[in-house]
Design a protein around this ligand. Structure first.
Ligand code: UDP
Length: 238
């Protein structure tokens, strides 16, 4: 077993990432890859909690354009995250992991209600806990959910799995000279107006001294490398 930097992590995955190249629904290949990546860190003895978005199925804001009331749309978005949580649960179980989905909105036939102490107990027993239904409140995001739950369960770090390798000086897709920060302070992210998470989520992390690592979840082995403290992978914000 190789040493790890963290005892307990909160992994944030966007719903869109789960969709793969098509941009919607759930891609079984992505699901399987993500589950294998998670298994690698669970096998190291790391306690893993996951927050997954719902953007591949529904977003409150975009619902507004189709004539759906914002609050109603946000609840629909939260339900979408539960669908993704169930998908990832099933896939993680195929990898032989023990899991629990805990929802901020009660739906007892499907998953457990979120109770902080129970979540911590599950983690201590080595179960992967997937937090569904966001914060349970409209006008929030799953990034904010990730920050909030990470603080509640006293995770050591929020790992934000994205499609890019970290935080760059400029958009690497548009600017060839853009370079990746290995590490950057919360203050510098603010001042340089770099896009890491929405401000609510970002402020929650900063005020609670909760570091964030942005990394590329689609690059095989990167989750493991991040957990092992490899500075060549991702960007640490602290
Ligand atoms: N949402 C919400 N409250 C929360 C979390 C999520 O209302 O606490 C809704 C919101 O409409 C959001 C949608 O759920 O657009 C899906 O979450 P998000 O957009 O964060 O997913 P991602 O972009 O990560 O796929």
């Amino acid at each position: 077993m190789t040493p790890t930097n963290y005892k307990r992590i909160l992994l944030k995955l966007s719903g869109e990432a789960l969709a793969g190249p098509s941009g919607y629904n759930i891609d079984p290949a992505v699901l399987e890859q993500y589950s294998k990546e998670v298994k690698q860190v669970v096998d190291l003895g790391v306690e893993v909690a996951i927050v997954i978005g719902g953007g591949n199925i529904f977003r409150g804001v975009s619902g507004e354009r189709s004539g759906i009331d914002r609050v109603q749309g946000d609840y629909m978005g939260m339900l979408a995250t539960v669908i993704n949580a169930m998908a990832i649960q099933s896939s993680l179980e195929k990898q032989g992991l023990y899991t629990r989905v805990m929802s901020a909105i009660k739906m007892e036939q499907v998953c457990e209600p979120y109770v902080r102490r129970r979540a911590v107990r599950h983690l201590e027993k080595g179960r992967v806990v997937i937090f569904g239904a966001g914060t349970g409140n409209p006008y929030f995001t799953t990034d904010s959910t990730a920050a909030l739950r990470a603080i509640e369960i006293e995770a050591d770090v929020v790992l934000k799995g994205t499609k890019v390798n970290g935080v760059y000086t400029a958009d690497p897709m548009k600017d060839k000279t853009a370079t990746r920060y290995t590490s950057i302070s919360f203050q510098d992210v603010y001042e340089k107006k770099l896009n890491v998470m929405d401000l609510t989520a970002f402020t929650l992390c900063q005020e609670n001294n909760l570091p964030i690592i942005v990394f590329n979840m689609n690059e095989p082995g990167s989750l493991l490398r991040v957990v092992q403290g490899d500075e060549g992978t991702g960007t640490l914000i602290k």
